[in-house]
Ligand binder design. Structure first.
Ligand code: SF4
Length: 423
């Protein structure tokens, strides 16, 4: 490959010599679009000549990547011109695994497929397990599968990011992953959990550059020290699949040392909502509610049960209460503390399994707390909380986390993602 207007010429020698024609257009047309070699959707400019792609360039005007283009994005050209690109259906002609195929026409492919599917549908359509890849118009493929009569259909997300999305929504009402990024402008301590460089690539790279320019501290939890782990201030070489234990050990340590923002939890989360404790009862573990169905809290100031949504309520986070019907209930926070302070999650208890020494876990917890509580930030941005109370400014804790495939795409991914969101 040479510079200038000779890019991708088949026989041209590589040259690093300055090329006076470097700024000349490499084609006769530029299409502005987004890359889809990964889910970031970086802005790109595709240069074409005579209708064929010559070159892909990062779009400096695009807010996601500001002109940065990764190697995978550059290779998007191969989506169109790779000799390996499938252009017709392939029919296996040799034994399975032999790699012997021949191209067939769509007519023949559809005829073969309908003969298989027709028999299954006639006998028991549920025997069809239907799996599609990423962005294969899943609304349509799911509809097709349900019309066929099988409940056994899925798409790539179930093996990929759905654990992250579902656990985040379940725990805090939103998820941090590729579409919910760290606050690159304000974070002072970032923990990356199982994040690979090939995903969410350019936004994270440019974000990490901002953090490093500001001297923020970056910790990478990852079994391998490549890419982001290599440029992190600290690499935690965790044993694969044990990230949830580490997250709970950090929560254990923060609770044990009382480095927790109780005021935030009481005001802005459901930590104070009362949970029924009625072992064996039908509602054991459910929120206690008033006659209107509103969750209840115990108001510290008034010393009685009130609706959680009452703007005047000051929810208690401790103690057990007796409900009107005689059943007992505790704030959700109590259950969380009981779980996290279980000796099974003490740093010493998880050190062997995670491969991270107990002292190191304690130090990271102390650093997280120091970054969060000793140097908070205030943004002069008015906002209204879930109870309808207006605030003139937003106080933030400059700790950020980002987690992705290494965490979510595992058999214990959902609960690991929950533990990290809890932390
Ligand atoms: S990070 Fe790379 S592969 Fe992903 S969208 Fe951006 S340029 Fe394309």
């Amino acid at each position: 490959m040479t510079r200038g207007n000779h890019l991708f010429g088949p026989d041209e020698p590589a040259s690093l010599a300055p090329d006076p024609a470097f700024r000349e257009p490499v084609g006769d047309e530029v299409r502005t679009t987004t890359c889809y070699m990964c889910a970031c959707r970086c802005g790109i400019k595709v240069h074409l000549r005579n209708g064929r792609i010559r070159y892909i360039q990062g779009n400096r005007e695009h807010p996601v990547n500001r002109g940065v283009l990764c190697a995978k994005g550059s290779a998007g050209i191969m989506n169109h011109y790779s000799p390996a690109r499938l252009r017709k259906p392939l029919l296996r002609t040799g034994p399975r695994g032999s790699g012997e195929f021949r191209e067939i026409e769509w007519e023949e492919a559809l005829s073969i497929a309908t003969s298989w599917l027709g028999e299954i549908r006639r006998t028991d359509p549920r025997k069809l397990a239907f799996f599609t890849g990423r962005d294969q118009s899943q609304a349509l493929t799911g509809w097709w599968a349900s019309q066929f009569g099988t409940p056994n259909y899925a798409a790539h997300g179930g093996f990929c990011s759905v654990n992250m999305a579902a656990a985040g929504l379940y725990t805090i009402g939103g998820s941090f992953w590729e579409f919910g990024e760290p606050d690159w402008e304000h974070a002072r301590y970032l923990v990356l959990w199982g994040v690979a460089e090939d995903h969410d690539s350019n936004p994270i790279k440019t974000g990490l550059a901002k953090l490093k320019e500001r001297g923020a501290h970056i910790v990478s939890v990852n079994p391998v020290r490549t890419g982001y782990s290599a440029i992190a201030d600290e690499w935690l070489p965790i044993r694969p699949g044990t990230d949830g234990l580490l997250a709970l050990a950090l929560a254990h340590e923060l609770l044990r040392t009382r480095r927790v923002d109780l005021d935030f939890l009481a005001r802005y989360t459901n930590a104070g909502w009362l949970v029924i404790r009625d072992p064996g009862g039908a509602e054991d573990g459910l929120f206690a509610r008033d006659e209107a169905g509103r969750p209840l809290v115990r108001d510290r100031r008034r010393g009685r049960l009130v609706a959680a949504e009452d703007p005047e309520a000051e929810p208690s986070l401790t103690g057990e209460v007796e409900l009107e019907d005689g059943r007992r209930a505790v704030p959700a926070f109590v259950l969380m503390v009981e779980r996290c302070l279980d000796p099974a999650y003490a740093p010493e208890a998880v050190a062997d399994r995670t491969g991270i020494a107990a002292g190191r876990i304690r130090r990271i917890a102390a650093e997280l707390a120091a970054a969060a509580f000793d140097s908070n930030i205030a943004l002069e941005v008015p906002w209204t909380d879930w109870r309808g109370v207006r605030h003139e400014r937003s106080v933030g804790r400059p700790v950020a986390m980002h987690a992705m495939r290494g965490i979510s795409a595992r058999s214990n991914g959902f609960h690991t993602c929950r533990a990290i969101h809890l932390l």
